[in-house]
Design a protein around this ligand. Structure first.
Ligand code: ATP
Ligand code: MG
Length: 242
């Protein structure tokens, strides 16, 4: 890794969709080993930021780096350091869930035998072993969330980026995911998640970033951000949008 202490570094990022300015001069960084919550109401620009970070969409101005690798000009180096758990389900409909994980590992150069073992381990970790031979259509919504996580983790990335990982999950699954994320963070992985749940940010994170209308409103240590009375209006908007 070129910049081993700075997992994510975003500078002056601006993104327009036609007339809509989704991101307006966004700059922040996430340190290696951090557990970072990105909070903001619907339409604030969270997913757009993640898309820029993972090379899924282009942007007009600015620079985005993952451990020092530019996501545009050094896409391969930056992308292999990131595991992405997207907001929406986007699975290949023709593959079984085990095949789907092995294929995903293949994009990162992991050979089928090793990929198959990793897939078995992850499916067991998320209690999906009995489903390994079915296609994703036969999974419940919560099971699909777990599959998104397995797919994000299959190449053992340094950074895990999760776009609302527990939205729509029941309590049991939410706690399973929380425990696992805390364990991964303890093991040294950097975690970046978006959420509308204040409780999730409070329980899990070390650092909170708040975005509203495409602009960063505040970034700081959790206790400082949560104590900041001037942010109450944004917090209300975030939690009120569930
Ligand atoms: N593909 C697109 N085409 C046009 N506009 C888009 C597109 N994707 C996002 N937008 C717009 O960009 C803005 C930011 O959207 P984004 O998806 O980043 O919000 P978000 O913070 O992830 O919201 P949510 O909490 O609802 O997931 C919104 O105004 C949205 O309508
Ligand atoms: Mg979103």
């Amino acid at each position: 890794m070129r910049d081993s202490n700075r997992a994510i570094h975003i500078q002056n990022l601006t993104k327009h969709y036609g007339e809509i300015q989704a991101l307006n001069d966004v700059s922040f960084e996430v340190k290696r080993g951090d557990f970072f919550a990105f909070l903001g109401p619907n339409g604030a620009g969270k997913t757009t930021t993640i898309n820029a970070l993972t090379g899924l969409s282009n942007f007009q101005t600015g620079q985005v780096k993952v451990f020092g690798y530019n996501v545009m000009t050094e896409y391969v180096q930056s992308r292999r350091l990131v595991g992405l758990c997207a907001q929406e389900f986007n699975f290949d409909p023709f593959l079984t869930i085990h095949e789907l994980l092995v294929y995903q590992a293949g994009y990162f150069g992991i050979l089928p035998k090793e990929a198959s073992k990793r897939a078995d381990d992850l499916l067991a970790r998320f209690q999906l072993t009995d489903k390994h031979n079915v296609k994703h259509r036969s999974l419940s919504g919560g099971m699909k969330k777990k599959l998104l996580l397995c797919r994000a983790l299959i190449h053992e990335p340094e950074i895990l980026i999760l776009d609302e990982p527990t939205a729509g999950c029941d309590l049991e699954l939410k706690y399973l995911i929380w425990d696992y994320l805390l364990q991964l963070n303890k093991e040294g992985k950097t975690i970046f998640l978006t959420t509308h749940y204040m409780e999730e940010a409070e329980k899990l994170c070390k650092t909170i970033g708040i975005i509203n209308h495409g602009r960063i409103v505040r970034i700081g240590e959790k206790r400082d951000v949560l104590r900041d009375k001037s942010l109450e209006a944004v917090f209300l908007e975030v939690t009120g949008s569930e």
